[in-house]
Every structure is written in structure tokens, then in C-alpha cells.
Ligand binder design. Structure first.
Ligand code: FAD
Length: 344
């Protein structure tokens, strides 16, 4: 990797042009889809990829229908939607083949920078693409400034951030889900398919994907998260949070103390040794606010704490605090939200 801390201004950066080679930058975005179609988290990445100084945005969909995705992607400024395939029937099960096909598309369309969501799939695929193109890679960025040519990344469990400049072309980076607010910027896009003439090395094949069964919404990409700490007291009591989460369209998380106590699986853990999340709303229920927990959720847009100890450190780190028993506050919140949802 050739990411460097910021030196003095250097024009040969993120999709930028040197004085000698003024050309339109082609920026690529790896688009991810879920059960409900194109994931919302992509729109923040597309927003981040736009440059005031111009350039074309390409959306790459692995083994997807480019024509069907065109309408929604052009709303955010994409100019070309490319369905990337390879001559193999089961490309979705072959990460190596997906990466090889995407790398071929990056080369074919003369992409100067490739961005994606820092989801498990995005991190995996982008790292493979960067390796195969020998491109600089920065994962889990909080910010990308396409005009300045810099990316910002959190270090030391969120205690500090570093602004980096990537040298070379193409470069690859992933953005933390929800770190950039999606802003529409309608454009007219075209759609096409690109079939990479790559051969699957056949070393990795995904046989089965098992859902953790802890909730419908993925924690890392959720817009709203309700987390239960040690005070939840049992795995059964998470049902109280799940009911509230269902009304809110939220995912349910856990502190390490709750995981260590066996109340929740590790896949639900938020924090330094769990998942890093960045939702629009984070509701911490019976969580004290230890630095290791905070490290995993401090970039949440709005933090609400429900705690029965007025001196709990979490109150000093929250936007809103509710002093009270979570076993009274959460059901009351669920009830109030349900009432609001009911048609009048
Ligand atoms: C190397 C290392 C890595 C770590 N990684 C992580 C990590 O990834 N994630 C993580 O979370 N922690 C992590 N920890 C652990 C961390 O230091 C804390 O121990 C942990 O976060 C505490 O979890 P908690 O807030 O649920 O429990 P506690 O600290 O026990 O807090 C429980 C809170 O619930 C409140 N409470 C009690 N009853 C109620 C009620 N009825 N209603 C409302 N509030 C109530 C209490 O006032 C208290 O504030 C790590 C620690 C180390 C050393």
C-alpha cells in the first residue's frame, strides 16, 4: 500500500490530474445488492465519489442487471452502469472470479479510482481487486475528498483520524457504511454489460451463506441500531429490544459484557473487538460507555443513551440521555412508536 500521511500539495492523487495530463477522471463504484435490491449504503458512496471538478461516475454491478439498475443509480449522478460478468455460470459463489472480472473492468474503462462500501463483501472484493492491480488500498474510510484527493480514516480505536493521500492510478478505497449522507444529483446514464475474459483460478468457492439469525437488518449497514448492554440480563430479554427494533426498522447490537455473559452472539458485538458501526441513530440501552465500546460506534450521527445511573460515562458521550430503567423506557418507546405508526 502506498497511502501516505498528507505532505505538501501533490497533484498526482485520487483520480486527479497532473498538470501535464488533464483528463476527465473515470471513477468506479462497486454496487452491492441485497434482498431488497440495491443497498441504500451505495448511495452515500456515490455521493462521496462525485467531484466538483468533473469526471464520470461508473457503477459496476457484479453479475447484475445494469439496465434495471440504471434508473435509481442515475438519480445519484452515475453516468454509466456496467453489469460485470465472466464466462462462468456461478460467478456469485466465486470471489476470486468476481475480483478478476472487476479488475478487468477497471482496466477496460480506464478507471482512476474505485470505491465501495466497507461491508464484509466490499472489503473482501476491493482488497482482491487492489492486490490484482497492485493498486493502493485504504479500507473503512470515513470521508473521501475527491477534489482535494484525500481520504480520512479512523485510527487507534477512533481516538484519532488520519488524512491520507493515495498516489498512483488506479487506487481503491472503501467507505464506512452511512459515513456520507446520500444526496441525489440526477444525471442521464447509459447501461451496458462487460464480460471479462478471465478464468477462475478455482481456489475459493462459497458453498453456503448462513444468516446469523439475530435480526433482519445487518448491523454494520443499519441506519438505526439498538444495543443492549450487560444490564439486559438474559438472552430472552433481547426480545424487548427486537420488538422496538422491528417498529424502528433497526438492527440489534450488544456490548461485549453482554456477549461474554452469553446473552448475545459475538456477531452482535459492537466495539473495538466487535463491529464498527456508523448508523444515523444509535440507542444504547444499559451500556456504560466504555472506551472500547465507544470505539465501535462513535461515528454514529446521533447517540441516545438509556441508563439508570446518572453518572454513567455514556451520558457524557451522547447527544440525548434518558435517565431511567431500560425495562420501563424501551417498552414505552415501542408502544409510543407503534401508536404513531397506526393510521389515524
Ligand atoms: C481489549 C478489550 C477489548 C474490548 N472490546 C470491547 C468491544 O468490542 N465492545 C464492548 O462493548 N466492550 C469491549 N470491551 C469491554 C469494555 O471495556 C466494557 O467492559 C464493556 O463495554 C461493558 O459493557 P456494558 O456497558 O454492557 O456493561 P457495564 O459496564 O457493566 O454497564 C452496564 C450499564 O448498565 C446500566 N444499567 C444497569 N441496569 C440498568 C437498567 N435496568 N436500565 C438502564 N441501565 C441499566 C448501568 O448503570 C451500567 O452503566 C473490551 C475490553 C477490552 C479490555
Amino acid at each position: 500500500m502506498t497511502a501516505e500521511p498528507l505532505p505538501a500539495q501533490d497533484p498526482a492523487h485520487l483520480g486527479g490530474e497532473t498538470g501535464a495530463t488533464k483528463r476527465m477522471a473515470n471513477i468506479g463504484i462497486l454496487i452491492e445488492s441485497g434482498a431488497e435490491g440495491i443497498k441504500e449504503t451505495n448511495f452515500g458512496v456515490i455521493t462521496a465519489a462525485r467531484r466538483k471538478s468533473g469526471g464520470n461516475l461508473f457503477a459496476f454491478i457484479i453479475d447484475g442487471d445494469a439496465a434495471a439498475a440504471k434508473a435509481v443509480l442515475e438519480t445519484y449522478g452515475v453516468r454509466k452502469v456496467v453489469g460485470v460478468t465472466a464466462p462462468a455460470p456461478d460467478i456469485q459463489a466465486r470471489p476470486e472470479l468476481q475480483a478478476a472480472a472487476l479488475a478487468a473492468a477497471v482496466t477496460h474503462f480506464e478507471i482512476t479510482g474505485l470505491l465501495g462500501v466497507a461491508s464484509p463483501k466490499g472489503r473482501d472484493l476491493l482488497a482482491r481487486v487492489a492486490a490484482s492491480l497492485d493498486a493502493p488500498l485504504v479500507q473503512d474510510c470515513l470521508k473521501v475528498d475527491m477534489d482535494e484527493g484525500t481520504v480520512t480514516k479512523s485510527h487507534f480505536s477512533g481516538r484519532t483520524t488520519a488524512t491520507l493521500r493515495l498516489k498512483g492510478s488506479p487506487w481503491v478505497c472503501s467507505l464506512r457504511p452511512n459515513s456520507v449522507e446520500p444526496v441525489p444529483a440526477p444525471a442521464a446514464a447509459t447501461a451496458e454489460n462487460f464480460q471479462a475474459q478471465t478464468v477462475d483460478p478455482g481456489r475459493v468457492c462459497v458453498k453456503d451463506v448462513k444468516k446469523s439469525g439475530t435480526g433482519a437488518t445487518d448491523l454494520a449497514e443499519a441506519n438505526i441500531i439498538l444495543t443492549g448492554g450487560r444490564a439486559i440480563g438474559s438472552s430472552e430479554n433481547y426480545q424487548m429490544l427486537r420488538e422496538c427494533a422491528e417498529v424502528l426498522g433497526a438492527a440489534v447490537g450488544a456490548s461485549r459484557a453482554a456477549v461474554d455473559a452469553g446473552y448475545a452472539p459475538h456477531s452482535m458485538q459492537v466495539g473495538q473487538t466487535g463491529k464498527t458501526v456508523s448508523p444515523k441513530l444509535y440507542i444504547a440501552c444499559g451500556v456504560s460507555g466504555a472506551v472500547q465500546h465507544f470505539a465501535g460506534m462513535k461515528t454514529s450521527k446521533v447517540i441516545v443513551a438509556i441508563n439508570n445511573d446518572k453518572d454513567a460515562p455514556i451520558f457524557g458521550k451522547s447527544d440525548y440521555g434518558i435517565l431511567g430503567d431500560m425495562f420501563e423506557v424501551v417498552p414505552a418507546l415501542t408502544e409510543a412508536l407503534r401508536k404513531r405508526r397506526q393510521p389515524k
